[in-house]
Write a protein that binds this ligand. Structure first.
Ligand code: ADP
Ligand code: MG
Length: 228
């Protein structure tokens, strides 16, 4: 078990290029256990690339990333997948729910992937469904849910396997302000209730209200957030 003061995420001098395009330049960032950090910055500054590197989908060229003290470097694909499943929940702008599964089956899926018992899985998925206010939509497929409802299901799915860190890439970007606000409130509640740290990539200032700290990103480096 990690002590309270430890960090869940440590990024040290990370460099990443796509061919000749250098996207991350000696990037440093630390997120504490249970801490919520907003990451803002212009389009193309490397925010999504950073999140993809943090969850091991994209390899970095140099530098180091540690999740819960475990380094992502020099690992097999299988070992990276395990690390991601153990520690990370991911939320996308476009939800990424599986269209053939019902709401509750989508939520259960990460539990299945980590080998959670069927009875525990169903109980936890039902609790989560209740916490997002969608019990009455349990057997609906994503195409019969609204955008806001889909994103709430995606949040429940992201915390199903009890991650320590949520990576959210513009989670309210395709929602109207009312549904966006509801999704933000839920993210905050889930983070507080389960002590899950969060790195929230966002364009809009409204999203930073649920975070304890805001950092900016520009040309692949962490900078002071722009004040407008
Ligand atoms: N898979 C890729 N291949 C080549 N270039 C990429 C790829 N992904 C992102 N880029 C480039 O990296 C830069 C940063 O992109 P991105 O991380 O998506 O920024 P942001 O999320 O801040 O808008 C952009 O110049 C983009 O064109
Ligand atoms: Mg992006």
């Amino acid at each position: 078990m990690m002590a309270m003061h430890d960090s869940i995420l440590e990024v040290v001098k990370v460099n990443k290029a796509y061919g000749a395009v250098e996207v991350l330049h000696g990037l440093n960032l630390t997120v504490g256990v249970g801490e919520r950090v907003a990451l803002t910055g212009p389009s193309g500054s490397g925010k999504s690339t950073l999140l993809n590197c943090l969850c091991g989908i994209e390899p970095v060229d140099s530098g180091q990333i540690k999740i819960a003290g475990e380094s992502l470097q020099h690992r097999s694909r299988t070992s990276l997948d395990r690390l991601r499943r153990d520690y990370i929940g991911y939320v996308f702008q476009s939800f990424h729910l599986l269209p053939t599964l019902t709401a509750i089956e989508n939520i259960e899926l990460p539990g299945q992937l980590i080998g959670m018992d069927k009875s525990e899985r169903i109980e936890r998925a039902q609790q989560l469904l209740q916490s997002i206010g969608l019990e009455h939509r349990a057997t609906h497929r994503p195409d019969s849910l609204s955008g806001g409802e889909r994103q709430r299901v995606a949040l429940a799915r992201a915390v199903m396997h009890r991650p320590r860190l949520i990576l959210a890439d513009e989670p309210t970007g395709s929602l109207d302000s009312i549904n966006g606000a509801r999704v933000l409130d839920l993210l905050e509640t889930l983070s507080q209730t389960h002590q899950i740290a969060m790195l929230l990539v966002t364009h809009d200032k409204e999203s930073t209200r649920i975070c304890e700290r805001t950092v900016g990103m520009r040309d692949g480096r962490i900078v002071e957030p722009q004040t407008t």
